[in-house]
Structures are given as C-alpha cells and as structure tokens.
Write a protein that binds this ligand. Sequence first.
Ligand SMILES: [Zn+2]
Length: 199
Amino acid sequence: MNGKYSNTLPAMVLALGLALSGAAMGQVGETGRTYSVVAPPPCTNNKGETVRFIDSGGARAGLAAGMARRDGHGEPVVLRSNYAAAPPEFQSFIDRHECAHHQTGDVDRPHPVRNGPEHLMNESIADCIAILRLRDENGYDREAFDRIAAAIRNDMAKIGFPEISISSRTSNIENCFAKKRAPQDLIDRVLKKRGLLRQ
Ligand SMILES: [Zn+2]
C-alpha cells in the first residue's frame, strides 16, 4: 500500500489491511499462530531520505499488512501491522514491497485510480522489487520464494480474491524471481520514466 490517505490506498496488500476492520475479521488469524517480528530492511526513498518502519496493531490476531506513507511531520514511514501473524519471509516481503513504494516515488505521486491499470502496475513493480531484493540481498532461494507465494495465496484467498487475481500476482513475483536483473536497475528504470532519477 502507499499513499497518504486511506481512501486512496492500492489494492492487494491493502486488502489485507481492510480485512482487519471488516467482516472478514472473524475468519482471519484463526490458527492463532504468531511469529517473531523481523528486523526491517534498510530503506531510502527516491529523494535520499531514510524511511522509518513503525510497528502497530500487534495485539490482535489478523493478517499482516504494511502501508507506505509520510507521517504527520512529512517523514517517510512504513507502518507495519500485525506482522506477528505472518511467517518471517512474508514479513520481509511486505517490508520491501512497502519500501519499494518509497523507492519508486509512488508515495509522493498523485494516487492512481484504485485497481486501475496504473495502480496495478505500481503494485506489480513493488512486488518485483521486493522479491529481487530478497533474492539478491538476503539470499532467498526457491523454497523461501515458495513460502512467500503460499502466504500471499493464503491471505488473498481468505479475503476473497478470485483465483485469477491470486495466480496473476504470484506468477508476476515468480517471473521476477527468475529474472537476471538487479533490484536497483528496476527502480532506476521506473524513476527515469517518471523523470525522478537523480544524477
Ligand atoms: Zn503496495
């Protein structure tokens, strides 16, 4: 998710957040399993500002979710909610997905129409950067990827996403995982296209 206001948040990871307050609440987190919360990754936005990670909402069982935004002081942050509900690999993935919204400048751009093509593209790019970082910076192998895909599948299914949405998201991540490309290359390509690439 990214964006300053809750009514402009993107779809997929966003929906995980919606489930926390919506009717799905009773259905989520039923296993009751909790995990240790992982250390956040280094994250710097496209303007060179350090992004802070803030944990919240850990008290209730639910779906883990993240949100990239600027706080009340204009500082770039990632809000992490219910991370203890997710396996460590998925927590790490959400962190890097949200960081990617800062790295690509999504957070400071006008928000595209929810679930429109531009929005979905931003989400796919954030997923791609996240999995590339985990692969290249954290040595994630195929098994770790499989655990992330399973967690995404599980959470999206709980929320009620159709199979086509679930499989298109996981196959995008899988394709990225297999690509010979550095995460920074993808970030730079997006920034260049947006006229945001710093020299
Ligand atoms: Zn997102």
